[in-house]
Ligand binder design. Structure first.
Ligand code: FE2
Length: 244
């Protein structure tokens, strides 16, 4: 009778055909991978696990004022040319936009979106503070008939069920970080990730990979219920719709 509590590792072939929609593999532009060599090495490892397509989503935030649509697009084209020689993974460029003071300028430049149709905008907020301004910026996105995708909602310390319900009422989509389930971002984020996953509130899943270390350390330790593994597999399927 306790079988339903049993937990399992992800199957070895779980990432066969996977599409990642959030990662910091574009080298040297933010707190992600620091060199092209490291990024290319990671791509080879991911290809061995079966990953097929990735959207590179560098940070657009006040901490990296030099990042703008033009500069990042140029960096991407250079890296993509190198990556195409090293692996078969299809790379696309997106962005992860911090809802803060510099956001309106990025809005003006036009977003690097997650989908080809140019509608899905990956947004993040500060981890600590909830400000009314976030709501206004998200409202502005919706007014342009764009679709906010909230990056890793489980990580925001200010967010509880009330905030999640409010965001869902406003039809924002949620993207989970896989390793939140393994406790990479601490126990509260782990608990919230399990809650949101089991409540069916996530729409997409991403690695939010800044390097390989966390994946090497935490992925082998991850244990999930069958229902949760099935839910993640569905989120990976949802990711594919962004590439259509
Ligand atoms: Fe990220």
């Amino acid at each position: 009778m306790f079988g339903f509590r049993k937990k399992y590792s992800l199957p070895e072939d779980f990432f066969q055909g996977a599409h990642d929609i959030h990662c910091h593999l574009l080298p040297g532009v933010d707190d992600g991978f620091s060199s092209a060599e490291k990024s290319l090495y990671a791509l080879k490892k991911l290809e061995e696990r079966g990953v097929k397509k990735m959207i590179l989503t560098p940070h657009f935030m006040n901490n990296y004022p030099e990042n703008n649509r033009k500069s990042i697009s140029a960096e991407f084209e250079t890296f993509k040319a190198e990556a195409e020689k090293a692996c078969q993974i299809e790379l696309r460029l997106g962005g992860e936009y911090m809802l803060e003071g510099g956001f309106p300028e990025h809005f003006k430049q036009g977003f690097l979106t997650l989908d080809k149709a140019g509608t899905h905008v990956l947004c993040e907020t500060s981890y600590m503070m909830y400000e009314q301004n976030y709501t206004n910026m998200l409202y502005d996105i919706m007014c342009e008939e764009l679709q906010p995708v909230i990056a890793h909602p489980e990580r925001y310390e200010y967010a509880g069920k009330d905030v999640y319900m409010r965001w869902k009422d406003k039809r924002y989509k949620f993207q989970m970080n896989l390793l939140s389930l393994a406790g990479v971002y601490g126990e509260p984020a782990r608990e919230k990730a399990h809650f949101l996953l089991n409540e069916g509130m996530y729409d997409y899943i991403g690695s939010d990979m800044h390097g390989l270390d966390n994946f090497r350390r935490f992925l082998p330790e991850l244990r999930l219920r069958t229902k949760e593994i099935d839910a993640i597999a569905q989120l990976l399927e949802n990711n594919k719709t962004l590439f259509d």
